[in-house]
Write a protein that binds this ligand. Sequence first.
Ligand SMILES: [Zn+2]
Length: 320
Amino acid sequence: MRIHRETWVLVIVLMGLLLFNQLLRAALVPSLSQPNTVKVSKSVYALIGDMDVPTPENQGFISNTTFIITDDSVVVVDPGGSKQIGEMVIAEIRKVTDKPISHVINTHHHADHWMANDAFTALSPRPQIVGHAYMRTKAKEIGEQWLGIISRLTNKANIGTKVVLPDTEIVGGRQWKMGNLTLQFYHPAHAHTKGDIAIFIPEEKVLVAGDIHFYKRTPGFQDASPLGNLAALKELKKLNPKHVIPGHGPVTDINGLQYMLTYIEKLESEVSRLFKDGLEDFEMNDKIKLGDYRNMSGFSSRFGINVNRMYAEIEARDFD
Ligand SMILES: [Zn+2]
């Protein structure tokens, strides 16, 4: 009898631990029901997406959304990857302000950043949706296909989402004066993509970097120029931001910018070294010395492409 009772106690304890583990995981994964909204500065807020790829648990909420409250209105940067995420973003904004949402800015064409445009078309007055011309062209090209991909990965968490493209084009060097705040737009020729836009707000020294900057997460370089991305990070660093909102990863500061900058510099010097030794890109992965950068989120799935893209650029450069 005693053995029986102890077995039951053990089973109950184990079940309790399992449940606790699940609850803990639910609390740690930013989801639509529990968004992680951070006040970055007086007028700027960021919603931090999950570090993983789209899954049914995170419902595709994997990139960061920023909202900027100006004197008269709210500007949203990267509303997210589905109509459902966009609706969650609107609800989060409404917890802080009832000012109208005047603009939605898309930093580049990757679907996790802009598919939520759809949620904002229902607002009255309808906000202007803004992106670089290249972003618009590519978004049009890949939009429908990505609706299907995100649907499969998230078990249809984006159901009903429609492709809504930017209606207004933006170029680098522009500056919007919006009441008490200035939004300065940067467009590097080719960094994370060929259509990147980053925004700096000098009054509060906030940089909204889009995917030019990944923090503690391995960058997705499939459309990138790693060397162009490095040059762009050096330019953005000159702005001397106090607060940096990366496209993916937690809110940080200028040291967080340096973190990715150093990663690309290490990648460049290591790939150059092994290139001179006559190795092919696929032979380099295990030989590249990176220290702690191997612990970045998503390393095993993205590092091969990082090496491949860097190798291609070094090869082209050395042929010149
Ligand atoms: Zn991206």
